[in-house]
Design a protein around this ligand. Sequence first.
Ligand code: SF4
Length: 331
Amino acid sequence: MTARRTAPSRKRASPVKPVATRTRTAMGERAATRKPVATHEPAATRKPAATRKPAATREPAATRKPVGTAKLSAARTSAAAGQTAASREPVKQASARSAGGPPALRGIVAALRELHGAADTAPVSDPWEHLLRENVAYLVDDARRESTFRALREHVGTSPEQILAADLGKLAQVIERGGMQPEHRARKLRRCAELAQDIGLETLRDAVCAAGPDGRATGVARRMLKKFPGIGEPGADKLLLLARRAETLAPDSNALRVLVRLGFAEPCDDYAATYKAAATAVAGQLGTDPEWRIAAHQLLRRHGQEVCRRAEPQCGRCPVRPHCATGLVTA
Ligand code: SF4
């Protein structure tokens, strides 16, 4: 199945708008919501309309010097994508974006499954194991995180008691290959173990199991999970998703980038706000099947890691490009 067959076809806007309103960043910022560059220029420095370059001869946005608050706007957009100035994709003129909001999530996920294959259908569902995996490594790929977790299990053990009994130096040595600051990560593991002892592992697991789509039980589980290092709202969502207890997509930063570029949320410099906007936008399309939600979470994440990368997304091999505002303007 391809995106063209599974997602609804989209109308192209017509007539073509002036460049000032069509220019957008590679993050998928919608032209309709972005102020024209000309309006950001101080009046004293603005050229009269008659003397401005015609649209066809104006230099691309990437090479133009931002003026006034337009510079801030561009910086905000990049920050929302987690981009540095050096790695930012070139800004290109947008093709007309169809009206009517983002594409259908089901079609997007089906197209990504065609490209990437089936998602892992049996990810770890135990919240304690996930808490340890989150904290055992930092800024490494999944394979390195998993091998570091295995080293912890093999040489120290994963019970709170085993982790607390280990010398801090030894703990750091065992998890050294998990990225930067092994001692700091070792302290976070010890903090996890202390909290797990305070709360009780079974109490923690029961709280997660008792959580449902809504209600007090979910709030209790969230509050409990968020006490642990490295777990904020997105992390709590992810643990509840993988435990099949929450109707959420819980996009990580890679999946969130894909959703933003597809138009499910506007980019902004506030990660939490972008996350919330994207989660809200897809909420009505998640359905009741937890396995589908987990697969969607994994496929969007993998797509963000391998194809829709922060810098230089490979739009040419992306099956959802026809539905993507950013892909339509990216070579
Ligand atoms: S076309 Fe695909 S790879 Fe390119 S920005 Fe859109 S979702 Fe990402």
